[in-house]
Design a protein around this ligand. Structure first.
Ligand code: SF4
Length: 419
């Protein structure tokens, strides 16, 4: 047995992620030194346009995950609660509030005062309220993009109207940035950034394609770990190189029949945000020879999930394609579409069971988990389990209880395999 088979696990390329994160934080430091404009941005906003307009983005959500990984999030959250923010509010938000109040360094999840803030309600209304609170605190301008949601009975005519509405706001955003920074929109630069963004999303999707293989060559160690550039560096070249290396290494594993897990028996899907303060939790699955082979949350952030958006479209009209992307963002699918996508994914990735994270912090992500579970089980006989926890607040994680639930779930899968 090769050393890789014994220890398999994380791809070597994923270790280079630290360099990418370092590059991102150095760019922020450099921007402050050079007096270059900076902006806070929420997930789901077109970070590409910030890079296009020569504004250095900073994503407080990603910084919050760093706080969690370093076991600092609870302190920040509790500090935010002493300021009056409720126990039930989003723990990313409270981590950020606490980090700002503590004047925390970027290395532990702090985020410096930006030139302006950019939010959107594409994923959640918390994003907008969060930045409203912080923009007032820092006394900086705040631009928000309102995104109507396409649901199962949205007509084509309504959808077209939504798209025009978003396009108009994106042009307004570019005007807003110009007014604040004096930087002009340059279509050639926008195209270059859009191509990079497209390529990064696609190569990440290719990595996911490889995970259809048995054994699966890539585990959550790489996917949860490798997410960072998808949020913060969309439009830059360097993360594409990293993802290409991950792809080549994973492909080699497939060609040699090597899985991320030494012995793979159960293939799982995990929906939701992981527990950033306890990523090692997922290693527990290995004791049952179970591996997560697909995470809709991670896949959604490849952005280019709508097959109608081609590279040519992105090059020809970066603003219009961005509006289309925002409108078809996988993360916000209605229940009917979500069930359809889950059924297809379970089939294509040969998944034995689905674990759904009922995230106490994140209403948009957790909403409908029990309906989703019921539909998957009733309509497609897909074993599904809902677990309750929180992505950034360790106080809301009962590890023993969740592990017991998963152990019972694996027992069900084992019995099904015997049929
Ligand atoms: S975790 Fe959920 S509620 Fe919090 S900012 Fe993200 S999407 Fe919004």
């Amino acid at each position: 047995m090769s050393a890789d088979k014994k220890t398999g696990k994380m791809l070597n390329a994923t270790n280079k992620l630290k360099n990418e994160m370092g590059r991102h934080f150095l760019a922020i430091e450099q921007a402050y030194r050079d007096g270059k404009p900076t902006a806070w941005a929420t997930a789901g906003t077109p970070v590409e346009f910030l890079y296009t307009m020569d504004v250095q983005p900073m994503l407080p959500e990603n910084s919050a995950t760093i706080s969690a990984a370093l076991k600092k999030s609870q302190d920040f959250i509790e500090l935010a609660e002493t300021e009056g923010f409720s126990y039930d509010l989003c723990s990313y938000f409270k981590t950020n509030v606490g980090a700002v109040l503590s004047n925390a360094d970027m290395s532990v999840g702090g985020t410096r005062k930006p030139t302006f803030m950019l939010s959107s309600d594409v994923i959640c209304d918390t994003h907008v309220n969060w930045f409203q609170v912080q923009a007032e605190r820092f006394n900086v301008p705040h631009f928000t993009i309102d995104v109507p949601h396409v649901v199962s009975n949205t007509t084509n005519r309504q959808r077209e109207y939504f798209k025009k509405y978003i396009i108009e706001q994106l042009w307004e955003l570019l005007d807003f940035i110009k007014e604040i920074t004096g930087n002009e929109y340059n279509k050639e630069k926008a195209q270059e950034i859009a191509i990079n963004s497209y390529e990064m999303g696609k190569i990440w999707q290719d990595v996911f394609e490889l995970r259809k293989n048995i054994p699966c060559p890539v585990s959550t160690r790489d996917t949860f770990g490798g997410l960072f550039p998808l949020f913060t560096m969309t439009g830059l070249k360097s993360p594409i190189k990293l993802y290409k290396r991950m792809y080549s290494e994973a492909k080699q594993r497939v060609e040699n029949g090597i899985g991320a897990l030494e012995q793979e028996e159960y293939r799982l899907m995990f929906e939701g945000i992981p527990f950033w303060y306890n990523l090692r939790f997922f290693s527990n699955l290995e004791r049952w020879n179970a591996i997560i082979v697909y995470e809709p949350y991670v896949y959604a952030f490849t952005k280019y999930t709508n097959p109608n958006i081609t590279k040519e479209m992105v090059i020809k009209n970066p603003v219009e394609s961005m509006a289309e992307l925002v409108l078809s963002f996988w993360y916000i699918y209605d229940l009917k579409t979500r069930v359809k996508m889950f059924k297809e994914t379970v089939k294509d990735w040969k998944i034995d069971g689905v674990i759904l994270h009922d995230n106490l912090s994140c209403r948009p992500n957790a909403c409908g988990m029990y309906d989703l579970k019921r539909k998957l089980m009733e309509e497609a006989d897909i074993p599904s389990l809902v677990i309750t926890s929180d992505m950034n607040d360790p106080r809301k994680m009962n590890e023993t209880q969740v592990l017991n639930q998963i152990e019972s779930f694996i027992e069900i899968l084992r019995e099904r395999k015997k049929r």
